[in-house]
Structures are given as C-alpha cells and as structure tokens.
Design a protein around this ligand. Structure first.
Ligand code: ADP
Length: 676
C-alpha cells in the first residue's frame, strides 16, 4: 500500500514534470519561431540529419525537401568548409566542452547566392562516450555581416582620409575623431570625444554652430561652407566644412558627420594665381615700355619701379657701372620707394664687398638677412642708415649685363624685414634685367648713331659754308678774266670750261647748304606770283642749252598759270627733275615735260625712258644721300636733289611723287595748289 502511494506520488511528479517540459518546449518553439531560428538535429553515429522548415528556408529548400549530411557539406562555401569541419570535430570530442558556435557562408540551393549563417549547438554523448546527437539552431547573419563589412570599410576610409572627419550628436557632442582631424586641429581623439564642438569654433562665429545643427535637425546638408576653426594651439585656420545628417535605421536623425578641409592650400593657390596674373600684366607693360622707349633714364626708372613693386621690396635702385673714372665706381641712376637724398646723403660707396659680385657680373646676391653676411661691413652701402629709413635686412642684387658681356649696372632691392625675397623674385628680376640690358644696348647704339649723325650734319653745314665764299670769289675772278680776254685768245676755251666746273661746284655747295638748312628748319622761302609755264619753258631752254644728247619736249596749256611760290626754289626742283631724267636715261634721246592744270592745282611731269627705279627704292630715293647704288654708281651725284625737291614742294603744300618701271623709264610729278 505504501509502495502504491509512493508510485502514485512518483507518477504525479512525473506528470507534473511532463507538463512543465511540454510548457517549456512550447515556449522554446515559440521563441525559435519568433527569432526566425532554424533548428537541426544530426545523429553522427547513423549520419541522419533533419532540418526544421525554417532551416530549410534559410538554405533555399522547400519544406518537403529531403536533406542529408553530404548535401549539406556540398553547399558550404568552399573557403569555409575546413573551418566548419574543424569546429564540428571539436564539439564532438568527448574531452571538449561539447559546444559548437560557428559563423560560415553557404551557397543557397535555389540560387547562386551566398548567405552568412551562425550555427550554435551542443553534442550529447551516450554511455560509451560516443556522440549520439548533435543538435542546434541556425540564424541568418547576412545583413549584420554586410553591415559589419560596410562599417569596417567606412572606418578604414575615415581613418585614412586626408580630410578631417568628425561626428557629433545633435547636441553638438563630439563622438568620433579621425587621424586627419588630429593632424589638422591638433587635438587627439582623447582630447575631444565627449566634448562640445564649440571648442573648435572661434568665439565670433559661435552662432554658426546653431545654424548648422538647425539644418541637420531638419535633415538638410551643409556643403562647402567656408569659415575658420581654431586649432589646439589657438590658431585660426581657414577651412571649408561639409556636414551631413547621420540617421538611425528608422531614418531618424541622430547626429551629424562633418568633413573639415584645410582651405589654406587653396587660399594660397588662389593668391599665387592672382599674383602671377598681376606680375604678368606688369611684365607685359614693362616689355612694351622697354621696347618702345629709346631713353635710357626712362627705361631704367620704369624697370626699377616695376620690379620693386613686383617683388614687394621696400625700395629698389639701379646703379650704373661708371667705367669712365679710374677704377670701379657706381652712379645711382634710378630709385624707387625712397627719396634720392636718402641715398645721396650717405654718399655712394665704392668697391664694397657686398656690391662687388653684382658689378663684376659674377652672381646674383640674395640674402634673407644681409646684415649677417660676412661681406656686409662698415662701409656697406646700407650701413648706419637712420632708424626706419632704408633699413636693409632682406637684400637682392641682380647684375644687368649687356650682350657684349660688360656689366651695365645692377638692380638692387631692400626690405627692413628678413626673408622677403624668394627664388621666384630672383628669377623675375633677372628676366627683366636681361630684357633691360638688350634695350639699353640698343639705346646705346642708337644714341651713338645719333651722335655720329649730328657730327656729320655739323660737318656738312660747316664745310659747305666755308667752301661757299672761296668758290664765289673764284667764280667772280674767272668771270672778270673771261670778260677781259679777247675771243681770239687760245686760252679762252679753257677759261670757259673752268667757269662751267666752278658753276657745278657752287651748285653742289648750295645743295649741301640747303640740306643743312632743311635739317635745322631754316630753309627760307620768298613767295611771289609768277607764271609757272614761263619758268618751265626757261628752265628747259637752260638745260637744253647744255645738253646735246636729249631733246626736251614740252606740252603745255594755252593759258597763263599764275602761282604764288618761291620762283627760284621751284626752278631748282624743275632743274633737278630734268637733269635726273637726262642723267638716268643715258642711251635715250627724249624727255617729255607736261604741264596740266585743274581749277585748284597745277601739275608738272617730267618723263624719261631710261633705267627706271625698282619698287623697293621708290620711297627711299627721297631721303637724304640715298642713291640706287647698282644703277647710279657710275653716274655722279650726292643723292640729295630729290630730298631738297620734296622739301621745297611740301613747303608749298604740294606733293612730289613718281611712277616708274625698271628698264622702261620714270615719270616724276609735282603738284602745287593754285591759291595758297
Ligand atoms: P642724285 O641724282 O644726285 O643721286 P637725287 O636725290 O636727285 O640724287 O636722286 C636720288 C636717286 O634717285 C638717284 O641716285 C637715282 O638712283 C634715283 N633717280 C632719281 N631720278 C631718277 C630717274 N629719272 N631715273 C632713275 N633713277 C632716278
């Protein structure tokens, strides 16, 4: 009886346990179902494998599908097979802890898709310590794994970025800080995490942060906002900021990610570009001045001014290498940025060691602090300058060397602060110096030529003046002799020849004198009214009288043509044109002269059929001493007749020109207004 009661009690207990177990199993099933867990049951001794529907679903199998261990291993991602096998073996080791936890990849049965699964399980052993059952759960980890990968990638990007990347909460508390942020702003991660972002913002810009956070709360971005931020050292640096909202997986904005880019570099590039553009402009303008101007002092002043400005020197100067005196000596030629007295009051030093390399053309001297240069002695040009006046610390000196190698002088620059001149400045000035040297060379040549020309002019004027008086007396005496000698005298023909030559000589002299007068603007004209036809006729007669080779034919209008002009000078022009026509058509017999009149002008033309003039010479034959060499070399002349004629005609407000064809002949025309 007692034993029955015992049994009944046992049964009741057992039933209660059963009921509890059932309850907990039901709870487990519910938990498994709600957690989307798949379950599996593997019997290692028989090789039998069963999967729950959820498990099959994860592998891409329908619920009715059969599964075995072989099929299962086939669908393990090949790279993960060994690790999985190893973990299973370990779990089935009776001496181990019998547990199994493995994350691995599978290839789904239904499509070539890889999924990440996490399997957890336990191995149960029989009395013989053999693994009887291996059961466990399986859960899909693909999303989490991808998110993890993505975040690892993002972290790597953020860590390696050159831009400072910071994240903060909506309250402005810093939550992350990458190495570039440390590099840019000086704070370490430890310094800033948990602190408020305002620690990076200059005081006068604090309201910026409110505006930024306001935008972020409204889910809006801030892009390339140019501002300033403060570094750990308290320095304000130019930055450009972009801020994006950070959202959680429900889309709620929970913070902000901020990219801070150092703008200093960009600012510097912009400034550099601007500087280059300005420099280019100044250099172009300078190049133009240098090539156009022929005045030494102007070129030097402009070069000194522009270069001083370009390189930002406090003052600049050009010293001329004056070799005329014994030894080296320098002459201040142009000065920029300081008054001349500032230099002159202290005297221009000679032969100082600082100046030496420049005036010998040895090298450019550039010093960040010339006062520290051993060559800088007590007789330095800048030594002892009064405070605040031409204090030279930064120093740049560039020799200006002519093509022949002589040092024309040097360009000198100074600044009271140290390290003001760069290599770029040095190159800039030496470029300008080369250009200036060429211009100065040209100017020197030009000035030499001009001086020689002036001398020549002076000589011609003087010589013709001095020759005129004796030749006039000679002509006078010869005429007296001619009159007194009877025609029968056998010396009479010689005397007449002498008279003719003297006449030619005096004509030459008066032509030369005319050139001098034109040059000095002193060719006097005496106007009177006369009939030009008559003058043309008389001149032809005169020329024809001494010409046996050519016949001069005149075509003229009936009426008288009265002009107001210098009779002698007009006659001089006609004589010149007629003699040329005869001179330059040696094998011809005819010269045609024509007079034509319009209501307001008269035109005279002289036409020959001689050698003519090539196009390229046609303009130039009107300049002084110009002759067409190859044709005229055996024909006497000075090359000034047409120059004088042109001047005479233009002084009458008329013009002189020609038509000519080589080998065919030339026609010279002049035209004078009728009513001057
Ligand atoms: P010159 O005759 O003394 O040389 P001009 O001033 O009168 O000086 O003339 C300048 C040059 O023009 C001459 O040397 C000659 O080469 C050219 N010339 C002038 N007239 C003629 C012409 N009728 N035919 C060809 N060439 C001429």
């Amino acid at each position: 009886m007692e034993s029955l009661t015992y049994l009944q009690q046992q049964l009741a207990q057992y039933q209660q346990r059963e009921a509890e177990l059932e309850k907990s199993e039901a709870r487990l099933r519910m938990a498994i179902a709600s957690a989307n867990l798949g379950t599996w049951d593997y019997k290692p001794l028989t090789g039998e494998l069963t999967w729950s529907d959820e498990c099959k679903h994860l592998y891409g199998l329908p619920p009715e599908a059969e599964i075995d261990f072989e099929l299962f291993t086939e669908h393990i991602y090949p790279a993960d097979r060994d690790a999985l096998e190893c973990a299973m073996k370990k779990a089935m080791d009776p001496l181990g802890d019998h547990s199994y936890d493995m994350t691995y990849r599978i290839i789904r049965f239904d499509k070539p898709e890889i999924r990440w699964l996490r399997a957890q399980g336990k191995v149960y052993f029989n009395k013989l310590q053999e693994p009887e059952r291996f059961i466990g759960t399986i859960v899909d980890q693909t999303e989490a794994k991808l998110a993890e990968e993505k975040s690892a990638k993002l972290t790597a990007i953020v860590e390696s970025s050159d831009d400072a990347i910071i994240s903060k909460t909506l309250e402005g508390i810093i939550t992350s800080w990458n190495p570039a942020a440390e590099h840019l702003l000086g704070y370490t991660e430890k310094d800033v995490i948990g602190k408020h972002i305002t620690m990076l913002i200059p005081e006068d810009r604090l309201e910026e942060e409110d505006l930024i956070l306001e935008r972020i709360r409204n889910n809006k971005k801030v892009e390339h906002y140019v501002t300033f931020r403060v570094t750990k050292a308290g320095l304000e640096i130019p930055v450009s900021i972009s801020v994006s909202p950070i959202r959680d997986n429900t889309g709620r904005v929970i913070g902000a990610a901020k990219i801070i880019r150092n703008n200093a570099h960009q600012k510097e590039t912009e400034a550099r570009l601007l500087r280059y553009a300005e420099n280019l402009e100044v250099l172009n303008a300078l190049g133009k001045i240098i090539s156009e101007r022929m005045d030494v002092s102007e070129i030097l002043q402009k070069v000194t001014d522009a270069t001083t400005r370009l390189i930002g020197a406090a003052f600049g100067a050009f010293f001329y290498n004056d070799e005329s005196e014994a030894g080296e000596s320098y002459m201040l030629f142009a000065l920029s940025g300081a008054p001349r007295e500032a230099f002159e009051r202290f005297g221009i030093p000679r032969n100082t060691a600082v100046f030496h390399p420049t005036f010998t053309g040895e090298a450019i001297v550039r010093a960040d602090d010339i006062t520290k240069d051993p060559r800088y002695g007590h007789n330095s040009p800048f030594f002892g300058m009064p405070e605040g006046h031409l204090q030279v610390v930064s120093y740049l000196a560039v020799p200006v060397i002519s093509k022949s190698g002589t040092v024309i002088g040097g360009l000198f620059y100074g600044h009271p602060e140290a390290a003001k001149f760069t290599r770029e400045h040095e190159q800039l000035v030496s470029g300008v110096a080369t250009q200036a040297a060429i211009a100065l060379d040209n100017t020197k040549l030009y000035e030499e030529i001009r001086k020689l020309n002036d001398k020549k002019e002076e000589f011609i004027g003087l010589a013709s003046h001095e020759l005129k008086t004796p030749v006039t007396s000679l002509s006078g005496y010869l005429q007296i002799l001619n009159r007194t000698l009877p025609d029968t005298d056998r010396n009479k023909p010689f005397l007449q020849k002498a008279l003719l030559q003297v006449k030619k000589l005096s004509e030459l002299i008066s032509d030369l004198l005319d050139v001098s007068k034109i040059e000095t603007g002193q060719l006097p004209l005496s106007f009177s009214n006369f009939n030009i036809t008559q003058i043309v006729q008389e001149t032809i007669e005169l020329i024809q009288y001494s010409t046996k080779t050519h016949q001069i034919i005149l075509q003229q209008p009936e009426q008288e043509i009265i002009i107001s002009a210098d009779k002698q000078r007009i006659e001089q022009v006609i004589v010149n044109l007629l003699s040329n026509a005869i001179k330059y058509s040696p094998n011809e017999k005819l010269v045609n002269v024509a007079i034509a009149v319009t209501p307001d002008k008269v035109r005279v033309s002289v036409e020959d059929y001689g050698m003519g003039i090539q196009k390229e010479h046609q303009e130039r034959i009107f300049s002084r001493f110009y002759r067409v060499e190859e044709l005229a070399s055996h024909i006497s002349g000075l090359g000034i007749g047409l120059y004088i004629s042109k001047e005479i005609i233009s002084r009458h407000h008329g013009k002189l020109w020609l038509n000519s064809e080589p080998e065919k002949g030339s026609t010279f025309f002049f035209e004078i207004p009728l009513n001057i």
